[in-house]
Ligand binder design. Structure first.
Ligand code: PEP
Ligand code: MN
Length: 477
């Protein structure tokens, strides 16, 4: 497939458009003058102040010559799978870190995240009987929108940490200075993480025969972990049953490998533009930094840079839908991002907060449906339920998370629509970042003991599995 790429063309110096030019025949057709760099004339929210624009341009030029991280064929496979989900014949699981660290792009780091994603996915598959499309917040989720541009400690004010792709978290002027070289590091760390991920998902680790191995000791101690063991026994038994019936389960690739797609928030448009490629054979532009890119709740202005950037690529595109999203805003966003009404092009990720779905969601669902779009509607029960606890930690309650998911399902059922997926921040590690859980319940006083996230609080493996059982039950109802 790679032979059909347009070679990235470095723009003449000083034009500010470092990535490939609009060389594709279909570049502008029907896309309102879109080019990979047309976002540059739009306001871009949540951007660092890059201290050296010349250095940034140099990095963009270098990135534009690097190989794609993912290929158009894979991106189109994901689109087809999402179209199936949109038709009610599947479920989307999008999950991973809030913010990945460069330092966790190791074999152990990737394996740990993959393990819990596989556990949640198999519970959803087994519990619902639906194929589960797995998308990680992984191999590139390095940039973070923040509520304030600076942070003050003891009278010292410094730029806020915006994720490893921009600066470092340490509270020093040196670490917090935006460093364009980090865009290049992000590419290399994403590439390394993806390499391990591909090996683990194609090799033996994701084999359904390993379903017990995915459970970790600390999880096994929890009631959710024990229920998982039982489900894993049942699955192992079902595999034996199939072989006993004469089915050659060894030759069924689907039982021995998984497809885990990658995704991240497309927050830094220079990075994304540098990885956009034109594919001659498919006559389309692809952002090859990940299979799916999403636009955050803080950067979703319809006339803003982030929406413009993703309007012209053929990847599936996610949009976070927060409580301030108006019906007209959403209609315009869908029109701009999905003018062709292509099933599976859009993933609309509602993150309204527990207790708000019944009021806010129905008009949004109806507006999108009435305008003729067939998106995947997914529920992010994390970002509308964040608060600072008495002990001073940013946290979320598992009970709020399950409530928001339940409300999301209930509203979809009432509207006759398919609740298409969930979007979670989780980790395989035994952290104490979210409150609640059925054993060793995490209380406010526990948060300090293993609070390790680089940004938002994540579910630990036991909490994730408990939630997965709940979602599987809702899917079955
Ligand atoms: C996130 O997904 O980490 C995030 C910042 O979400 P949102 O844009 O919905 O606030
Ligand atoms: Mn987050």
């Amino acid at each position: 497939a790679s032979d059909t790429y347009t070679q990235p063309r470095t723009a003449p110096a000083g034009t500010g458009t470092a990535a490939p030019g609009p060389t594709g025949p279909a570049a502008d057709a029907g896309r309102g003058g879109w080019t990979p760099g047309s976002w540059r004339s739009r306001p871009a929210a949540q951007q660092p102040e890059w201290p050296d624009p010349g250095e940034l341009r140099g990095v963009e030029d270098t990135l534009a010559l690097r190989p794609p991280l993912v290929l158009p064929d894979e991106i189109l496979d994901l689109r087809r799978s999402l179209a199936q989900v949109a038709a009610g014949e599947g479920f989307l699981l999008q999950a991973g870190d809030c913010a990945e660290r460069f330092g966790s792009c190791t074999e152990a780091g990737v394996r740990g995240k993959l393990r819990v994603i596989l556990q949640v996915a198999i519970l959803l598959t087994y519990g619902s009987g639906l194929p589960v499309v797995k998308v990680g917040r992984i191999a590139g989720q390095f940039g973070k929108p923040r509520s304030r541009p600076t942070e003050a400690v003891d009278g010292v004010e410094l730029p806020v940490y915006r994720g490893d792709i921009v600066n470092g978290p340490e509270f020093t002027a040196e670490a917090r200075r935006p460093d364009a070289g980090r865009l290049l590091s992000a590419y290399h760390h994403a590439s390394a993480a993806l390499n391990v991920l591909r090996a683990l998902t194609l090799g033996g680790y994701a084999d359904l025969g390993q379903v017990h191995e995915w459970n970790q000791e600390f999880v096994r101690r929890s009631p959710a972990g024990q229920r998982y063991e039982k489900a894993a026994d049942d699955i192992t038994w079902a595999l034996r049953f199939m072989s006993a019936c004469g089915l050659d389960t060894r030759s069924q690739a689907a039982l021995h490998q998984v497809q885990l797609y990658t995704s991240h928030e497309a927050l830094l448009p220079q990075y994304e533009q540098a990885l956009i490629r034109y594919d001659e054979k498919r006559r389309g532009w692809f952002d090859t930094s990940a299979h799916l890119l999403w636009i955050g709740d803080r950067t979703r202005r319809v006339d803003g840079a982030h929406v413009e950037l993703l309007a012209g690529v053929d990847n599936p595109v996610g949009v976070k839908v927060g409580p301030t999203m108006g019906v007209d805003d959403l209609r315009e966003l869908c029109e701009r991002l999905d003018p062709d009404r292509a099933p599976g092009r859009l993933v609309l990720i509602s993150r309204l907060g527990a207790g708000r779905g019944a009021e806010l969601l129905p008009p949004l669902l109806r507006a999108v449906r009435d305008a003729g779009h067939a998106p995947v509607w997914a529920c992010d029960p994390m970002h509308g339920n964040t608060f600072v606890s008495a002990s001073g930690y940013k946290t979320r309650r598992l009970s709020d998370i399950t409530t928001e998911v339940a409300e999301f399902f209930a509203v979809h059922r009432e509207e006759g629509l398919h609740p298409g997926g969930i979007h979670l921040e989780l980790t395989g590690d035994d952290v104490t970042e979210c409150l609640g859980g059925d054993l060793d319940e995490v209380l406010d006083t526990h948060l300090a003991s293993r609070y390790e996230t680089a940004c938002d609080p994540r579910l630990n493996a036991a909490q994730s599995i408990e939630l997965a059982f709940g979602v599987a039950r809702l899917l079955r109802e």
